[in-house]
Write a protein that binds this ligand. Structure first.
Ligand SMILES: *Cc1c(COP(=O)(O)O)cnc(C)c1O
Length: 372
């Protein structure tokens, strides 16, 4: 833990956290002894993949551990811009950019709105690293209107995912405006926020005015992004509790990251803690081939080993769907270890979580006529 000089009120104030973000090597050196590859990393990523860390998120690091999971996610290293990493992947591997700036319409029933390039912390593994270089800018009302007009004109869209950058970094007024406009559209049923603020600056949810706005436009869902059990703290737990009390379910999307959470033991600890604070582990994403972040990728086999490890050690509610997002915008596919070992006609051989094999006829033996 790193300690900061702040009053309790300041520490619990989201705006204080944002105003006091650490953005330079010089500021960072006050709290942590930087490695040479971090010093060079901060210098070389300037303007391309910038540095920003909230005091709260920095406080979760153990400064003695050079491979601390928070540190790996937040402090740039030279490897990001090294040729060995830069020659792989694409800035927009998932083909999110389309006709209308900020809008991705991949699945017929769902759209993704990116409403700002601002983030509280610039995660080194971010799948939208490409937008960091655009600077910190919230989309204008005109740009937002254009996205919403598109949604209005497309009746097949039932589910709107508001993302960024950090969508809940917008002003309360702008958030209210977006939600009000979306709620006027009859065919929009579900509104989700993809926000990492419960992890990076949970103080945002201590703003009762924001919470009133979110509750007023129910049903709202929150998808957040915890990657390691060290990110689950009293403050993040308090934020989640405030969200849940407003009738907003909180689901988590973890990214499988080399050195951060790529072991069964770590993933078990994370998901147990998530369940304890009533956050449902929804997805475990295989790391995308994003330019400047491929050093975080692991193998698919490792991901499947982790899924195997979880089965039987935690309630089914705590087991996320492991998924790969296909390149070129082809969508997410679930990946699962194979639990059917063989099949002879209707006789299946299953492999159980404890390693035993069970032969089982699962199909109905009787063919009832279809009800008429
Ligand atoms: C992931 C994603 C969604 C949402 O997918 P879910 O499986 O419903 O969470 C929607 N649109 C785009 C472009 C996405 O990448």
């Amino acid at each position: 833990m790193i300690h900061f000089k702040a009053t309790r009120e300041e520490w619990r104030d989201y705006n204080w956290q944002i105003r006091n973000r650490i953005k330079t090597a010089q500021q960072l050196r006050k709290y942590i002894k930087l490695l040479p590859e971090e010093e060079r990393g901060i210098k070389k990523t300037e303007g391309l993949y910038p540095l920003a860390i909230t005091p709260y998120y920095l406080s979760l690091m153990n400064p003695e551990n050079v491979n601390d999971p928070i540190r790996l996610q937040a402090i740039p290293r030279e490897v990001e811009v090294d040729e060995s990493v830069q020659r792989f992947g694409e800035p927009d591997a998932l083909r999110e950019e389309g006709e209308i700036p900020g809008l991705t319409h991949r699945y017929p029933d769902r759209v993704l709105m990116s409403v700002t390039t601002f983030c509280a912390v610039y995660c080194r593994h971010c799948m939208r690293k490409r937008i960091f270089a655009e600077g910190e800018r919230a989309k204008s009302l005109q740009e937002i209107d254009r996205m919403i007009d598109y949604i209005k004109a497309h009746e097949e869209v039932r589910d709107v995912l508001i993302s960024g950058g950090e969508p809940l970094s917008l002003s309360n007024e702008k958030i209210d405006y977006i939600l009000k406009r979306l709620r006027e559209i009859k065919h929009v049923e579900i509104i989700r926020f993809g926000t990492r603020l419960p992890v990076l600056a949970p103080q945002r949810f201590f703003d009762e005015e924001l919470m009133d706005i979110l509750e007023r436009h129910s049903p709202i869902w929150i998808n957040t992004h915890f990657n390691h059990r060290n990110e689950i703290t009293e403050l993040s737990e308090e934020a989640v509790d405030k969200i849940l009390r407003r009738g907003i379910p909180v689901n988590n999307q973890t990214v499988l990251l080399k050195g951060v959470n790529d072991s069964g033991e770590e993933m078990l600890k994370l998901n147990r803690e998530l369940l304890r604070i009533k956050v449902k582990p929804q997805y475990l994403f295989h790391c995308d081939p994003i330019k400047g972040a491929v050093h975080f990728r692991t193998s698919l086999d490792r991901g499947m080993e982790i899924m195997e490890y979880l089965r039987g050690k935690i309630s089914g509610m705590g087991i996320p769907t492991y998924a790969v997002d296909l390149p070129g915008g082809k969508g997410k596919v679930p990946i699962s270890p194979d639990y059917i070992v063989s099949r002879e006609g209707d006789r299946f051989t299953f492999r159980s979580y404890d390693g035993s094999f069970v032969v089982y006829e699962v199909n109905s033996p009787i063919n009832f006529p279809e009800p008429s």
